[in-house]
Write a protein that binds this ligand. Structure first.
Ligand SMILES: Nc1ncnc2c1ncn2[C@@H]1O[C@H](COP(=O)(O)OP(=O)(O)OP(=O)(O)O)[C@@H](O)[C@H]1O
Length: 252
C-alpha cells in the first residue's frame, strides 16, 4: 500500500515543487516505487520531471472521470508522474458543484495504492478546494519552510485547517515532517528561524536542511531533477540525504 504524502504550505515559493521533484527522483534512485502527483495548476513539477505540461490527460481529467488514472500516468527515468495541465486552474470553481468534491483526488489515487511505495502530491499555494482534496487524499503532510523572516506566518492557519480536516474529513491525517529550505546556516536569522520552527513543530523538523543552491534553481529549466542535472552539487547531496532520512523515519 502506498503512503500518500502531500507537500503543502499555502505560502508561495517556499520550495514545495523543488522538494516534490527532487525527493521523488532521489527515492526512485534508491529503488523505491514513487509517483509524483502534480496538483498545482502551474504544472512546474510536471515540467521539472521532463514531462510535457500540455498533455491532454492529467490529474484534472482523471478527477472528473474523463481519463482512466493509469492512462494518465507518465513513466520517466526519475519516477512516475500524474501530470497537471492548465485545466486544473479552473478546477477550484468547477468542482464546487460536484458530489464528494473533497474526495475526488483521493478516489483517483486510491486506484494506484498497490502500484507504489510512496505518492507525493505537489500542492498549490492556497488552502482552497484543491489543497483540501490533497489533505483528504493524504496520509501525511510534509511542510517545506523557507528559512527567512515570516517563515512561520501562515503555518498556524495551515495547522488549524489540518485540525478541521482531521475532525470532519480525514481523521488519519498526520504530520510527516517539516523541512527547512533555501537555508543559509551562516546567517543568524536562518539559525533563529530554525530554532523557532523546531519549537513550533517539536520532534518533526528533519535534521537534513536544504541549502540555497543555484543548481537547484537551474535544473527545472532542463526538465531534470538535481541528481541528474548536477549530482555533485550541494542541492543533490541534500535531497539524497533527505530521501535517506525520510526512509529511516518510515522504517525502510
Ligand atoms: N534550495 C534552493 N536553492 C535555490 N533556489 C531554490 C531552492 N529551492 C527552490 N528554489 C527556487 O525558488 C523558486 C520557488 O521554489 P518552488 O517552485 O519549489 O516553490 P513552491 O513552494 O513550489 O512555489 P509555489 O508556491 O509557487 O508553487 C523556484 O524558482 C526554485 O527554483
Amino acid at each position: 500500500m502506498a503512503k500518500i504524502i502531500a507537500i503543502v504550505n499555502q505560502k508561495g515559493g517556499v520550495g514545495k515543487t523543488t522538494t516534490c521533484v527532487n525527493l521523488t527522483a532521489a527515492l526512485h534512485e534508491l529503488g523505491k516505487r514513487v509517483l509524483l502527483c502534480d496538483f498545482d495548476p502551474q504544472a512546474n513539477s510536471t515540467s521539472g520531471m521532463g514531462v510535457d505540461k500540455s498533455l491532454s490527460q492529467g490529474v484534472y481529467q482523471v478527477m472528473v472521470g474523463d481519463a482512466p488514472v493509469r492512462e494518465a500516468v507518465v513513466s520517466t527515468r526519475y519516477g512516475d508522474v500524474l501530470p497537471s495541465n492548465k485545466a486544473l486552474a479552473g478546477a477550484g470553481i468547477e468542482l464546487i458543484s460536484m458530489d464528494s468534491r473533497e474526495f475526488l483526488l483521493r478516489n483517483a489515487l486510491n486506484q494506484l495504492q498497490e502500484d507504489y511505495d510512496f505518492i507525493f502530491i505537489d500542492c498549490p499555494p492556497s488552502l482552497e478546494l484543491l489543497t483540501l482534496n490533497a489533505l483528504c487524499a493524504a496520509n501525511t503532510l510534509l511542510v517545506p519552510v523557507q528559512g527567512e523572516y515570516f517563515a512561520l506566518e501562515g503555518l498556524s492557519d495551515l495547522m488549524s485547517t489540518v485540525r478541521i480536516v482531521r475532525r470532519s474529513l480525514n481523521p488519519r491525517l498526520e504530520l510527516e515532517g517539516v523541512l527547512l529550505t533555501m537555508f543559509d546556516g551562516r546567517t543568524n536569522l536562518a539559525l533563529q528561524v530554525a530554532e523557532e520552527v523546531k519549537r513550533f513543530f517539536p520532534g518533526k523538523v528533519y535534521s537534513t536542511v536544504i541549502p540555497r543552491n543555484v543548481r537547484l534553481s537551474e535544473a527545472p529549466s532542463h526538465g531534470k531533477p538535481i541528481t541528474t542535472y548536477d549530482r555533485s552539487s550541494r542541492g543533490a547531496e541534500s535531497y539524497t540525504a533527505l530521501a535517506k532520512e525520510f526512509l529511516r523515519k518510515n522504517n525502510q
